[in-house]
Design a protein around this ligand. Structure first.
Ligand SMILES: [Zn+2]
Ligand SMILES: [Zn+2]
Length: 247
């Protein structure tokens, strides 16, 4: 019964009736910090502040902490077509466990406080986007998980930045195996052509600057595969903004 109610409220969350859904969830499942377990909030301010923020210096294009504005091994060997890529944090604890809980342990509400990290990174990186767009999940994967964590992160980030959220510009046209364990070339091949731009979204994308949101990025292959149909539809710029990247 509780599981059913949780699923129902999560469905409401996904359908944007956020205030009522959050109220119900707080009533049924009082929030507890995912890191220190103190009662009160899903991620308390001190644990949020303790996240492994990715601070400069990093490559001004791909955001890699291994690069600088003048030289970057990642950009040299794997240049991105994206206008730029930024990560809020490095993929380390305690953020790694939070992302794992968000994706695999049925904790969609964590997207709200984690979205604050994205919004903060957007602001400090001085990105200039006009539309926030999540990396889509394949419908089968979304049915299985019950939600798209990137959508929830993008929604939280868009609300904090007061930017429009569009989640129908691109769709995942085919399911792809997980990228884990693949090298850069294999990752590119794995997701190449996996995303397509929807006909109805072309007019809203043409000439606009788009911020693609995802949870974790390793080589940028998924973001690049998303950016390709957006550029083809006439996007003026496509940036990637993710919660975390491994160092
Ligand atoms: Zn805490
Ligand atoms: Zn770089």
């Amino acid at each position: 019964m509780i599981k059913y109610m949780q699923k129902t409220v999560q469905a409401a969350l996904q359908q944007k009736s956020r205030t009522f859904a959050e109220y119900m969830l707080d009533l049924l499942f009082p929030p507890q910090c995912a890191v220190c377990k103190r009662n009160g909030q899903l991620l308390c301010p001190s644990c949020l502040a303790a996240m492994p923020h990715l601070l400069p210096p990093y490559c001004s294009h791909c955001g890699s902490p291994q690069g600088t504005a003048s030289s970057c091994p990642f950009c040299h060997f794997h240049p991105l077509r994206l206008n730029g890529l930024r990560a809020a944090c490095t993929y380390e604890e305690p953020l790694r466990s939070c992302i794992h809980a968000l994706k695999y342990m049925n904790q969609p509400r964590l997207a709200e406080p984690l979205g604050q990290l994205l919004a903060h990174s957007y602001t400090t990186s001085q990105l200039a986007g006009e539309i926030i767009h999540p990396v889509p999940l394949h419908p089968a994967r979304q049915r299985e998980r019950g939600y798209n964590q990137s959508y929830l992160l993008a929604r939280a980030c868009a609300r904090l930045l007061a930017l429009p959220l569009v989640d129908t510009g691109i769709v995942r046209a085919r399911s792809t195996p997980a990228q884990v364990g693949l090298n850069t070339y294999q990752r590119q091949q794995n997701v190449s052509g996996a995303f397509v731009c929807t006909a109805s979204a072309r007019t809203s994308i043409a000439g606009r600057s788009i911020i693609l949101i995802d949870d974790v990025c390793t080589t940028g292959a998924t973001l690049e595969a998303c950016a390709a149909p957006l550029f083809a539809a006439g996007a003026r710029a496509v940036w990637g903004l993710v919660l975390a990247r491994p160092i």
